[in-house]
Design a binder for this molecule. Structure first.
Ligand code: XMP
Length: 519
């Protein structure tokens, strides 16, 4: 899967933008993967990369523990693009010098390009002075022998450089071509990938789909597959892909733990039965799950209880269904990436119960057809497979569901409140045209009561917090600047329509230091 394609490897030195580099390259239909900077050269060469990108990073090459690479990587005959720290490292390793910049440069700078061949091809004329996004404290004082400058900014005489020997093909940028703030940055990356590395843009979701279906067929032979559906995008896409490969030999299990969003179980069941004719077993386990949570306050205990209860349901189903050797999981690339910058704080802060985290004693062999994809690519693949927009465009939803959006014990009554409030948030956000512009928007039921007045009556009722965030990958997030009138209608509707709520507040915290979910 994917491995028939030429690839560009990105070595990660810890930049917050590393993931973006891989995404931009993939957007130009070239397969790209991220590896930590310290993988051995032999392993890099095993991948037979068509090109190597050295990412940015927070270190200075003069730090005592500055991350580095063995120098022979630079002489392996693979074209190299060093970005920011990557540029400084190349300079340092090849005999140039790097120094603290007199003015640290953060933010936009005008790029003056002096060489319009290869890397900056197409930047003549109107696009000749693009804005470049800078984020560095060190700068190139003296280039290594055999390099020349190809672009500058007011504060960086060497904003870009390349080897004079055409066969060496090492290119470096002081700025970040991968961020949206760099004008035409994607074109610079495309020039590197297409022209300098000579890669054909043949990595599309269509080719991925065909190759993956063929690979699953090969792998499974005549075996049977099980798939745990959660209703989310990832497991739905994985299930449809597996179904295209093996048809009726796939059975999906959808455990309704009673903690889903309004109408979710019905939407998933109808879609799978009607559009895809996939064998789907729905288990309504809501009363079992809710009874386990009725007196539980602690968020981690909630997560663990739900995780264990799910496994129990799955085990008993698997025993009844018999003889499935394979388990399909919707694991995504960010979950498997072995990299410096991806060890986001949330991994250790919350037990993430991904439906499908099943015990090894169940002895399934795993099929993870989405292991190489980012979330937006999974959505594109879903469209390619004909999944309806209602499922593909659905905002992420945590495995433990509404349980972690009810602070304190989960009861049927409190579930009813949060589910209704959540549906209102979704409806109003959609109506205002914000559904696709925010990463997530939802309601949280707080464990406090406040005084209010309705009609002429004093009330003493629950508080609902509305959370809406923008994010690229869920690792970091900012609160969404929703217009006041959208917030106003959400609040009015929740208070009027959801019995038991007399106050609505809006969460204005970013991640970090907060997290997206409240528990
Ligand atoms: P936090 O709250 O850690 O969430 O900032 C980051 C993203 O992950 C989702 N999330 C989960 N997803 N199982 C999941 O599959 C979980 O247990 C889980 N907890 C949080 C959350 O909705 C957000 O998109």
């Amino acid at each position: 899967m994917g491995f028939q394609h030429q690839r560009i490897l990105v070595l990660d030195f810890g930049s917050q933008y590393t993931q973006l580099i891989a995404r931009r390259i993939r957007e130009s239909h070239v397969y790209s993967e991220i590896l930590p900077y310290n993988v051995p050269l032999a392993r890099i060469l095993e991948y037979r990369p068509a090109g190597l990108v050295l990412s940015g990073g927070p270190a200075s090459v003069y730090d005592r523990k500055a991350p580095s690479i063995p120098k022979p990587i630079l002489d392996a005959g693979v074209p190299i693009l060093g970005i920011c720290y990557g540029m400084q490292l190349v300079t340092h390793l090849l005999g140039g010098s790097v120094a603290r910049a007199a003015h640290r440069e953060y933010g936009p700078a005008t790029l003056l390009i002096d060489d319009h061949t290869d890397l900056f091809k197409g930047f003549e004329g109107a696009t000749g002075h693009p804005t470049a996004w800078m984020s560095h404290g060190d700068r190139i004082e003296r280039m290594p022998p055999g390099f020349r400058a190809i672009a500058r900014t007011a504060n960086s005489p060497v904003a870009a450089m390349k080897t004079t020997d055409r066969d060496r093909r090492i290119y470096c940028l002081q700025f970040h071509p991968e961020v949206a703030h760099t004008e035409n940055g994607a074109a610079i990356l495309r020039n590197f990938v297409y022209d300098i590395c000579g890669v054909k843009p043949d990595w599309t979701m269509r080719s991925f789909k065909a190759e993956t279906i063929a690979a699953i067929r090969d792998q499974v032979g005549t075996g049977k597959l099980l798939c745990a559906l959660s209703g989310g995008v990832d497991s739905s896409v994985a299930a449809v892909l597996a179904h295209e490969a093996v048809g009726d030999r796939l059975t999906c299990l959808f455990v309704d733990h009673g903690l889903l969003r309004e109408g979710e179980a019905r939407l998933v069941c109808e879609t799978f039965a009607k559009h895809f004719k996939i064998k789907l077993k729905l288990i309504n386990a809501s009363s079992r799950f809710i009874s386990l949570l009725e007196s539980v306050n602690d968020p981690e205990r909630k997560r663990k209880i739900i995780g264990r209860a799910f496994i129990k349901e799955f085990e008993s189903f698997a025993q009844r269904a018999g003889k499935a050797a394979w388990l399909v999981q919707g694991t995504l690339y960010p979950d498997v990436i072995e990299s410096v910058s991806f060890k986001g704080p949330s991994a250790t802060i919350k037990t993430h119960h991904n439906v499908g985290g099943l015990p090894s004693r169940m002895r399934f062999r795993l099929i993870e057809p989405l292991r190489e994809l980012f979330k937006d690519e999974v959505r594109e693949l879903g469209r390619e497979l004909g999944l309806p927009e209602e499922i593909i465009g659905r905002q992420p939803f945590p495995g433990p569901g509404l349980a972690i959006r009810i602070l304190g014990p989960v009861t049927k009554e409190r579930l009813g409140i949060v589910r209704k409030a959540d549906a209102i948030v979704e409806q109003e956000i959609r109506k205002a045209g914000y559904y696709d512009r925010v990463w997530q928007a939802f309601a949280v039921l707080l464990p406090v009561k406040t005084v209010g007045v309705m009609g002429d009556q004093r009330t003493y009722d629950n508080v609902v917090a509305v959370r809406a965030v923008t994010s690229v990958d869920g690792m970091t997030a900012d609160w969404a600047r929703l217009p006041a009138d959208v917030l106003g209608s959400i609040s009015t509707r929740i208070i009027n329509e959801v019995k038991g709520v007399n106050r609505v507040v809006f969460d204005i915290s970013s991640k970090p230091p907060s997290t997206i979910e409240w528990e």
